[in-house]
Design a protein around this ligand. Structure first.
Ligand SMILES: Nc1ncnc2c1ncn2[C@@H]1O[C@H](COP(=O)(O)OP(=O)(O)OP(=O)(O)O)[C@@H](O)[C@H]1O
Length: 262
């Protein structure tokens, strides 16, 4: 597991990361979860430009989430390196690294408290900023003082995810990762989320990890993972016309019918 860098080093590097633009580079990255396990990533190399929106697809167990685990240094690489804006992540404090990337997962981590305390837990934003973010995520009907029960029990699944997105909108980091964020929401919420990302994250690098190929159709580039390797990449329209991995995932989704699972 990753070691936290000394605080003074972390602070120095964090400020460097804050002025970043979100260029991500994976160079020959291999990762295994435990000694004796198979490699979950096998020499993965790619780079993502600032402001690019990239979809990461692949079958279950192909290594999509492991890319995120590596990026957040939840699990250290066995070999290779990852950098953000030229800074090797091993030189960045974990605390700063994780605060410089917004992650929206499949299930929203909501705590009992107001909407405001859920989207701005450190009280860093003004009322006006909070209101704008809430309205931008179409949560205006609920408002900043809405009481949220633990786990968001009194909200619909779609609203729970919109609260997570709203938190990311307020934090406005250079890198946003959606990890199966729309896997359990209805079509309408998915459209709202997509519109929020188009509008609010124009200047962020956005990575979308998704089983459902519908979730990544607006990405400018797709990375296709298979058995821990990056096996294909390119614009979705281009990959769809090649008889490769992405086209196979599309066919599998079409065969699965109305609920396109890769
Ligand atoms: N915490 C873990 N401990 C041990 N092995 C793991 C762990 N997480 C994932 N793996 C293994 O690493 C490999 C890659 O898994 P990963 O979760 O990255 O794939 P994925 O493409 O994200 O799959 P899914 O779509 O099901 O989430 C798989 O063989 C998986 O069993």
């Amino acid at each position: 597991m990753a070691q936290e860098a000394p605080w003074h080093i972390a602070s120095k590097k964090v400020s460097a990361a804050r002025s970043s633009q979100g260029r991500i580079m994976f160079s020959g990255c291999s990762l295994r979860y435990k000694l004796g396990d198979q490699l979950a990533l096998k020499g993965v190399t790619f780079s993502i430009r600032p402001e690019e929106r990239v979809g990461i697809v692949g079958r279950t167990g192909s290594g999509k989430s492991s890319l995120l685990q590596a990026l957040l240094r939840v699990v250290e690489l066995e070999s290779g390196s990852i950098s953000i804006d030229g800074i090797d992540l091993r030189k960045v404090g974990l605390h700063g690294l994780r605060r410089s990337i917004s992650v929206v997962s499949q299930t929203a981590a909501l705590l009992e408290g107001t909407m405001r305390s859920n989207i701005d837990p450190f009280g860093e934003h003004t009322d006006a900023e909070i209101d704008v973010a809430i309205r931008s995520c179409q949560l205006g009907e609920l408002g900043a003082d809405k009481w949220i029960e633990g786990g968001g029990r009194n909200l619909s699944t779609g609203q729970q995810q919109l609260v997570s997105i709203c938190r990311a909108v307020l934090r406005r980091k250079d890198i946003l990762v959606l990890d199966e964020a729309t896997a359990s929401v209805d079509e309408q919420t998915e459209q709202i989320i997509s519109a929020v990302i188009n509008r609010e994250f124009k200047h962020s690098t956005v990575l979308i990890i998704a089983h459902r190929l519908q979730a990544i159709t607006e990405c400018s580039r797709i990375l296709v993972m298979d058995d821990g390797r990056l096996v294909e990449q390119g614009p979705p329209s281009f990959l769809a016309t090649r008889n490769g991995h992405y086209a196979r995932l599309l066919r599998a989704a079409a065969a699965a019918g109305a609920s396109p699972e890769a």
